[in-house]
Design a protein around this ligand. Structure first.
Ligand SMILES: Cc1ncc(COP(=O)(O)O)c(C=O)c1O
Length: 320
């Protein structure tokens, strides 16, 4: 039943802009008489958010922070892992994440009392009688022992995976540095940032011409693109009012022809039709990033040769 209020990105980490967050808090209080119930910063592509500034604002207004570190498992800010700054932290062990239990995740709590309360709800909210007696609506959200067993095994490779993702990022940074118009998304120079580089993201300048660009968005897509396939609803239009530039879409298609999966960056939540009408506080940065951004392969099986092949393919795609 929560009503989301969206806060735009700043251009350095691409995550929640603390200035816009404070603006949103003040404006919601003025308009509704209430403060937001929680602040949920998200570590996009594993990049740490400006957690020091976000926590300072949260403390100033007494609002709890629930960190969405689903993509940022093992990323650190000033030496401390994401998910341990707020009242709660969320991790995902979905198949595409830094480690996986096939599906599921974890909630980081600060103390046993919070953990007990959450587990009470997660295990059907039962009161202590010999029969099922409920004073609240509970859920069946526990992780199965089979998944937990896989997760314990995965914990042993977590550090290797993080090191690999960082290595792949550094290779992209090195190999893409002389490619005009293509800019790999780096972490801030501020030494407190230590991203896991779950996904390596980049931007493509609008004036770079890509092979096949004239055909971008000409065909309506019929199947799921990227990630877990699943069921998708058919659409009758190839375009929306908020989408990547034609050269970015052409690059995706070109790379697919080379058997490389490039993906657009996440579409801003306030531009999702399902959230039409939700309040949003933005400088337009995330909308600009969605036009020019794309993600490159970075998983544990991506080799140095793969990265070289990927970068060569990007160069080949550019019309000189
Ligand atoms: C930022 C972010 N939050 C939440 C989720 C959801 O996690 P899960 O798939 O484990 O439900 C994901 C990805 O799956 C994500 O990338």
């Amino acid at each position: 039943g929560a009503k989301p209020v969206f806060v735009g990105s700043e251009g350095e980490t691409w995550n929640m802009d603390p200035a816009l967050l404070e603006k949103a808090i003040i404006d919601r209080k003025e308009k509704t008489g209430k403060l937001p119930k929680a602040i949920v910063p998200v570590a996009l592509y594993g990049m740490p958010y400006r957690i020091d500034e976000i926590m300072a604002i949260a403390d100033k207004y007494g609002i709890p922070v629930v960190e969405d570190a689903a993509e940022g498992m093992g990323s650190r800010f000033d030496g401390q892992v994401l998910g341990t700054f707020g009242k709660y932290g969320v991790l995902s062990f979905n198949g595409n994440k830094m480690i996986t239990t096939s599906g599921g995740g974890a909630l980081i709590c600060r103390n046993a009392e919070d953990a007990n309360e959450v587990m009470w709800y997660a295990t059907q909210a039962r009161d202590a009688y010999p029969y099922y007696q409920h004073t609240a609506i509970g859920y069946n959200y526990r992780m199965s022992n089979v998944c937990a067993g896989i997760g314990r095994g995965q914990m042993t490779v977590l550090n290797d995976h993080i090191a690999h993702h960082k290595h792949v990022q550094s290779l992209y940074e090195e190999l893409l540095k002389d490619v005009p118009g293509v800019h790999i998304h780096k972490q801030p120079a501020d030494k407190r940032y230590d991203a896991n580089f779950w996904l390596c993201a980049a931007t493509l300048d609008a004036d770079v011409k890509i092979q096949g660009q004239e055909n971008a968005y000409k065909e309506v897509i019929k199947t799921a693109v990227g990630g877990a396939a699943g069921v998708i609803h058919a659409v009758d239009s190839a375009t929306t009012d908020c989408q990547p530039n034609e050269n970015v879409e052409a690059l995706r298609v070109f790379m697919l022809g080379k058997k490389i999966e490039c993906r657009p960056v996440w579409k801003p939540m306030h531009k999702q039709p399902v959230y039409e009408g939700a309040p949003v506080y933005t400088n337009g940065i995330e909308e600009e990033l969605f036009k020019v951004g794309f993600c490159l392969p970075a998983g544990p099986y991506v080799t140095d040769d793969d990265v070289k092949y990927i970068v060569e393919s990007i160069k080949e795609a550019i019309v000189r």
